[in-house]
Design a protein around this ligand. Structure first.
Ligand code: ASP
Length: 369
């Protein structure tokens, strides 16, 4: 592994890269396997990296700077910083975008889902890695969990420290992600999140701390596994999350607009109408406790539902836990947190599902009393 000082010397001047052209024709495959190795090692797995930006692709102005850095490293630079990757895999890379993950949008998510489905359909490809900012990594991971139809591993990876930092975490995280993507142990487990020596299910894992390395976990569902000396160890045999629904987005170009409304004391009931007026086809609210909100807000939501039929999903603003079916106008999110419930609702609405089918999809993921 190269040290940060060496990495620093490799880097171009600070620059915030503009997003790449996302049309299929304009998509630039940065390198092919033959370009990075004199010969493909037939005994190694072929792993494809899709780079989107984030802290893992960011640089600061000094090796002690761990906030306020800039995104801009490309997929080739990420791979060049970890030459050991070529001892464990034949790598190909695509630059999908180069942005902070707050700017990942449905165009990028759909592009990723389509390209990953195509890539994994190739017999020669063992698995894929997506490098991504950690802030919304769980959303892209869950989106891919819900749209990639393959038994091969899809691994989302990021970093909490920029590439220039002392003890940057990106290089080892990337090494572990590529290891898992190329490993038969990663099969039949859906999309996974790798950070800080841990392997989590995209279905449940969430970012819990805005700053520290040890941020990705799920309190209730736990971790799927860990890396011991860079070898993935799974605690359980392969399985898939209860209630997982996989949508076909091959021909989808836009997703239905779904907004999240945050519930709190004295919340403004007008937010439901505002969301509908701005084009939302569905609303998720991050409820207090198990999907609650004030009487005033609830009345406004019910009036909107009665007038328009817009599906309104009750989720929870607490990190973990589940929302049961309340037998009212709302659809219970079960264990899905608001950002994941939003994706289920978006995909269901985009597929043309009616309220009953959407309700059924949510209900598959939690127990009936
Ligand atoms: N700002 C970063 C992002 O793109 C944070 C990170 O990657 O850790 O999400």
């Amino acid at each position: 592994m190269k040290f940060s000082a060496q990495l620093l010397a490799l880097l171009p001047p600070l620059a915030v890269a503009s997003p790449v052209n996302l049309t299929r024709a304009g998509l630039h495959k940065l390198f092919v396997r033959q370009d990075v190795q004199t010969a493909i090692n037939a005994s190694l797995p072929n792993v494809t990296i899709f780079a989107t930006g984030g802290t893992i692709a960011s640089q600061g102005t000094s090796n002690t700077q761990t906030t306020g850095y800039s995104v801009g490293l490309g997929v080739q630079q990420l791979v060049d910083a970890v030459p050991e990757l070529l001892n464990i895999s034949n790598i190909a890379g695509y630059q999908i975008s180069n942005v902070g993950s707050g700017s990942i949008n449905e165009t990028i998510s759909l592009k990723l889902a389509k390209m990953i489905n195509e890539e994994l359909a190739k017999d020669t490809v063992s698995g894929v890695v997506v490098t991504h900012g950690t802030d919304t990594l769980e959303e892209t991971a869950f989106f891919l969990e819900s749209t990639v139809n393959s038994t091969k591993p899809v691994i989302l990876v990021g970093a909490m420290r920029p590439a220039t930092a002392l003890s940057a975490d990106g290089p080892l995280n990337l090494y572990q992600a590529v290891t898992l993507a190329g490993s038969p142990a990663g099969r039949d487990r859906g999309t996974m999140i790798v950070l800080n020596d841990r392997i989590g299910s995209a279905f449940y894992t969430t970012k819990n701390n805005a700053n520290t390395l040890d941020t990705f976990f799920s309190t209730e569902a736990g971790q799927l596994g860990v890396f011991i000396n860079q070898v993935p160890f799974f605690f359980f045999a392969p399985s898939e999350p209860v209630g997982r629904v996989v949508f076909d987005v091959t021909n989808v170009t836009d997703l239905a607009q779904v907004d999240i409304v945050y519930s709190h004391q004295d919340m403004d009931p007008a937010l439901f109408n505002a969301s509908y007026s701005s084009g939302a086809k569905g609303i998720v609210f991050a409820g207090v406790g198990a999907g609650g909100m004030s009487d005033k807000a609830s009345l406004a939501a019910e009036e909107l539902y009665n007038a328009t039929g817009i599906p309104i999903v009750a989720s929870h603003r607490s990190t973990d836990g589940f929302v049961p079916d309340g037998g009212d106008f709302t659809i219970a999110s079960g264990f899905y947190n608001p950002q994941k419930a939003r994706i289920v609702l978006q995909l269901g609405l985009t597929a043309g599902w009616g309220e009953d089918k959407i309700k059924e999809a949510f209900a598959k993921s939690y127990p009936k009393p």
